[in-house]
Design a protein around this ligand. Sequence first.
Ligand SMILES: Nc1nc2c(c(=O)[nH]1)N[C@@H](CN(C=O)c1ccc(C(=O)N[C@@H](CCC(=O)O)C(=O)O)cc1)CN2
Length: 296
Amino acid sequence: MTARVIDGKATAAALRERIAGEVVRFRDAHGRAPGLAVVLVGDDPASTVYVRSKGKATLEAGMESFEHKLPADTGEKELLELVDRLNDDPAVDGILIQLPLPRHIDADKVLTRIDPDKDVDGFHPLNAGRLAVGLDGFVACTPLGCLKLLRAERGDLSGLNAVVIGRSNIVGKPMAQLLLAESCTVTIAHSRTHDLPAVVRGADIVVAAVGRPEMVKGDWLKPDATVIDVGINRIEAEEDGKGRLVGDVDFASASVVAGAISPVPGGVGPMTIACLIRNTLVSAARRHGFSLPEDL
Ligand SMILES: Nc1nc2c(c(=O)[nH]1)N[C@@H](CN(C=O)c1ccc(C(=O)N[C@@H](CCC(=O)O)C(=O)O)cc1)CN2
């Protein structure tokens, strides 16, 4: 058996096209475009690429992009003052602080300073709490993107056994909450889980977000499982002289057993950016009482 490959690039492109259509309606109604401010501190190469992609996607959706690139030695106080200005700026509907931040800055303090109603990354504790109790808020873009891929692949998820590998605040925990809200039976596995392969073997849905290259093997999977790979691991150049990007799942062995699997690259990554654009439009719409399609 060979698994279907879940095409995150195509799903993200379709979502971004729908968003662009809604942005036209929003502009016609309100005379301005939704605006996203992205803040990058330092010059981490991967973060620089992601921030560039976010700015490009924002503009392609017809929205305003405000990029703030600050030197690596920017002080915490200065960053907090920028967040305060963005909170007060009516042209800014969404604020994103690119992670990771340099070590001398307390990331929790900065993320908590963002106005929760402009927190399009969904990292503010108030939004994490809203998700946990089923209130409207912002859901972190990567887990939201994973859920959209799962719904497109499996339709109704209720009653399915889901295993989320990884318990981070930005992926594992919100992913588990989203799956619970879909009425899945959810297990969160992590580095202390006993016999992880046995736990994963019971899952209809596996979301791997552990940050360990190709850790999940095909013989860990239940036949026909749906596998979502969140990992983005850069492997150093081998004898061919080229580095490569791999996920947390060993694609070669997993795709023989799974029913469907998202690849790396081209799976969850593009959905993360599409969901950021989506959350920014949702923020602008909420601030103006503008209605959007339920399923956006
Ligand atoms: N404030 C945030 N910081 C970070 C987030 C986030 O959601 N909010 N997530 C990650 C990085 N990230 C977005 O910022 C991100 C990572 C990867 C991709 C992506 O499209 N990846 C491509 C491959 C790209 C490549 O070749 O490197 C893919 O998977 O196809 C998009 C966004 C950490 N920081």
